[in-house]
Design a protein around this ligand. Structure first.
Ligand SMILES: Cc1cc2nc3c(=O)[nH]c(=O)nc-3n(C[C@H](O)[C@H](O)[C@H](O)COP(=O)(O)O)c2cc1C
Length: 208
């Protein structure tokens, strides 16, 4: 079984829906164990309460497990998701990343497969810089960043070779292209991880 951790933050549900699609597609593969984990909310309650959609989403996930460093220690593949905030990841996801120092110091974040997903209100809108900013941390982990590139026709439709990205515009609902792009991201990262496990590229995790 390949162990997949999906670690994400979402204020109003878009990135949450993306994370759930990734989880469902991975689970359908039959040989993947999934931990779907949202990170802790750190925004002030009055900010959350000021937006109905934000308040509603926090209530929706209140009973679901919150990400811990152990989820990354456990994982072979980690997909991180965050809405775009001025071209960066959210402070909530960054706060989680900032708890990973002890694992990093032990080298336990290295040699895993990583990729990212994001959402923005507008086209482009900082999506690529958000993913690149996220990937900077993966490089520090010693992670194996598996970008989608243009390895599937869907990437020519969504135009984002860095990861999966949703433009919300007027609707946060995922369309056919969004779903195909997410499926491609998770299937590709899992396929590369399986090859690493099998030593199919001339090196396995154990021999690295
Ligand atoms: C503080 C803040 C900054 C944002 N910055 C951007 C941005 O730079 N570009 C953009 O297109 N959308 C921006 N947005 C919109 C969010 O990225 C968008 O609403 C988000 O992707 C929705 O994801 P969620 O439903 O998972 O919370 C911003 C939103 C907030 C609250």
């Amino acid at each position: 079984m390949t162990k997949l951790a999906i670690i994400y933050y979402s204020s109003t549900g878009t990135v949450d829906a993306m994370a759930r699609r990734l989880a469902a597609t991975a689970e359908a593969a039959g040989d993947v164990e999934v931990r779907l984990r949202h990170v802790a909310e750190i925004a002030p309650q009055e900010a959350i309460d000021s937006q109905d959609a934000w308040k509603q989403h926090r209530a929706d996930v209140a009973d679901e497990p919150v990400a811990t460093p152990d989820d990354l220690d456990w994982a072979d593949v980690a997909l991180f998701g965050s809405p775009t905030r001025y071209g960066h990841v959210t402070s909530q996801l960054q706060a989680f990343i900032d708890t990973l120092g002890p694992l990093w110091a032990q080298g336990k974040l290295a040699d895993k497969v990583y990729a990212g997903f994001t959402a923005s209100q507008t086209h482009h809108g900082g999506q690529e810089s958000t993913l690149l900013n996220l990937y900077t941390s993966f490089f520090h982990f010693g992670g194996i960043v598996v970008a989608p590139g243009y390895t599937d026709p869907v990437k020519f439709a969504d135009g984002n070779p860095y990861g999966a990205a949703k433009v919300t515009g007027a609707t946060t609902e995922l369309d056919e292209n969004d779903l195909a792009s997410l499926d491609h991201l998770v299937n590709r990262t899992l396929a590369i991880s399986r090859r690493l496990e099998a030593g199919g590229n001339g090196a396995s995790r154990d021999s690295a």
